[in-house]
Design a protein around this ligand. Structure first.
Ligand code: R5P
Length: 292
C-alpha cells in the first residue's frame, strides 16, 4: 500500500489521476449517484492509506453538490487516514470572502468551519479569488498559482509586441506577476461592478499603450464573461491587434464562451482546475509540489 492515497472526486477525475501518477500514490475512485431530488450517494472504490489521503474535488457548478461531495469524501477518508488534505483546485464561494453590503453572509467563513469539522487538516487551492478567503480557515491553508504554467503556454505562441492587461485593479498583482515571467509590460484597467446588479463597466479612459499590439487579458476566473467582454470591447476601440485571454478557472456560464469570441477574443486559455474545451494548461505539477 502506497503511503498516500489520492481520492478522486467526480469533479476532478482527470486531475486526480495525473496527481496520483506524479506522486506515485494509489488512486481511489469515487462512484457517485445523484438522485432525482439532488442528493448524492457516494461510494469509495479502493483501500485508503492509514497515513495520508488527499481528496481532489473542485467546487464548480453544481457548486453545492460538489461542495457536499468534497466534504463527504474528506469525512470518509478521515475514518482511515490520520491526515487528510483537501485539494480544491477551483474554490467555489471564494468571492464571498467579506461583507460587501450589510447583512451579507461571508460564506467562506462557513466553508472554513465545514472543512475543519469533517476532518481536513490542510486545504490547498489554486489561484483563489483572494487570499482573504483562506484567512477564515483555522486549519493549514495554501494557495498555489497557475501563472507560471499559463506563461509557459503563452511563450510558445508568437505574439506581436505583447502587452499584459488586467481587467481590474483587483487583478493587478496577478497581471504584474504574469508580465514579469512573460518578460513584457502590463497595464491595469479600471472596472466597476454594481454590487447589487453585478453589471460591469470599464471606467478607464483612452490608453495609447495598446495600439497595434497583441494583448493578453489575465484574470483568475471567467464566470459570465462580462468582465472580459467589457474589457475586450474597450481594448478593441483602442485599435489593438489580437486579444487573448489567460485565466485559471474557466466557468464560462450561460454561453459565455460564444459571447467572448463574438466580442473579438482570439483564444481563451484556461487550466484544468475546471475541465472543459479551453482547459489546455495542466496544473497537476504545481499542485503535486504543494502536497509534498
Ligand atoms: C472579479 O474580481 C474576478 O477577478 C473576475 O474578473 C470575475 O469574477 C469574473 O466574473 P465575470 O466573468 O462574471 O465577469
Amino acid at each position: 500500500m502506497s503511503k498516500i492515497s489520492i481520492i478522486s472526486g467526480k469533479s476532478s477525475e482527470d486531475l486526480a489521476k495525473r496527481l496520483s501518477k506524479k506522486l506515485k500514490a494509489n488512486l481511489v475512485k469515487s462512484e457517485v449517484r445523484v438522485f432525482p431530488d439532488g442528493e448524492s450517494k457516494i461510494t469509495l472504490r479502493g483501500n485508503l492509506s492509514k497515513r495520508k489521503s488527499v481528496v481532489v474535488q473542485s467546487i464548480y457548478p453544481p457548486v453545492d453538490t460538489n461542495l457536499v461531495q468534497a466534504l463527504s469524501l474528506i469525512s470518509k477518508a478521515k475514518e482511515t487516514s490520520s491526515e487528510v488534505i483537501a485539494v480544491i483546485p477551483y474554490m467555489g464561494y471564494a468571492r464571498q470572502d467579506r461583507e460587501f453590503l450589510p447583512g451579507e453572509i461571508i460564506t467562506m467563513k462557513v466553508l472554513a468551519k465545514l472543512f475543519k469539522g469533517v476532518g481536513a487538516s490542510k486545504i490547498i487551492a489554486v489561484d483563489i479569488h483572494s487570499v482573504i478567503g483562506l484567512k477564515h480557515f483555522t486549519i493549514k491553508s495554501k494557495n498555489v498559482t497557475a501563472i507560471p504554467d499559463l506563461v509557459k503556454y503563452f511563450k510558445k505562441l508568437s505574439l506581436k509586441n505583447p502587452l499584459v492587461v488586467s481587467p481590474d485593479q483587483g487583478g493587478k498583482n496577478r497581471a504584474k506577476e504574469f508580465a514579469k515571467k512573460f518578460e513584457s509590460e502590463y497595464i491595469v484597467l479600471e472596472k466597476k461592478r454594481d454590487k447589487k446588479t453585478g453589471k460591469v463597466k470599464i471606467k478607464t479612459k483612452n490608453s495609447d499603450k495598446v495600439t497595434n499590439r497583441d494583448l493578453i487579458l489575465v484574470d483568475d476566473m471567467i464566470s459570465t464573461g462580462e468582465s472580459i467582454i467589457k474589457a475586450t470591447q474597450f481594448l478593441k476601440k483602442q485599435k489593438c491587434k489580437k486579444v487573448y485571454v489567460a485565466c485559471t478557472h474557466a466557468l464560462l456560464m450561460n454561453g459565455a464562451e460564444k459571447k467572448i469570441r463574438k466580442a473579438g477574443v482570439t483564444s481563451i486559455v484556461s487550466t484544468n482546475t475546471i475541465p472543459g474545451k479551453t482547459s489546455v494548461v495542466d496544473v497537476s505539477n504545481t499542485i503535486a509540489k504543494a502536497i509534498m
